[in-house]
Write a protein that binds this ligand. Structure first.
Ligand code: DQA
Length: 152
């Protein structure tokens, strides 16, 4: 991706249980519903001269399909794979296969939580990871991803 005037296209993927944000363990994940996170990202995208396409699925294979479909369509992927972060070789392989610059985000700080959340299959194929800032993790991740894409 080169030049600074073209809109950068970002696929935002939300994994399992994130459709319940707002109701789901608000002490851990905050009280903002997913749709509000998506609208914040859309507002940020305008400022960043980017566009975001937000999708949520509770199904591993559907997330893999969306990653494949991003090839030739989106410049970057911002992903919160939820619990699949810690289990999914398939999502990791899909990101590696399409080779689209990807930033991993988490609302909670996964390293302050149970040990099974400390390992991410996504991290080795991501540009970077932002974890622990609630909805801000997504916003910081989007900013970092767009800046990265404008540099390459
Ligand atoms: C999460 C952290 C995961 O461990 C958990 O399974 C989630 C949400 C986060 O955003 O903090 O579903 O990805």
């Amino acid at each position: 991706m080169s030049g600074s005037s073209k809109l950068v296209s970002i696929l935002v993927l939300h994994g399992p249980n994130l459709n319940l944000l707002g109701k789901r363990e608000p002490g851990v994940y905050g009280s903002l519903p997913l749709q509000e996170i998506d609208s914040l990202l859309k507002q940020d995208a305008d400022t960043l001269q980017a566009e975001v396409f937000c999708l949520q699925s509770n199904h591993e294979g559907i997330l893999v399909d969306h990653i494949h479909a991003a090839l030739g369509v989106h410049d970057g992927i911002l992903i919160n794979a939820g619990a699949y972060t810690h289990t999914s070789v398939a999502i990791r392989d899909a990101i590696a296969a399409v080779n689209i610059p990807t930033v991993e985000v988490h609302l909670s700080n996964i390293y302050r939580r149970e040990e099974f959340r400390h390992h991410s299959y996504i991290a080795p194929v991501a540009i970077g990871q932002i974890s622990g800032f609630g909805a801000e993790s997504y916003r910081l991740g989007l900013q970092a991803l767009v800046q990265h894409l404008r540099r390459i």
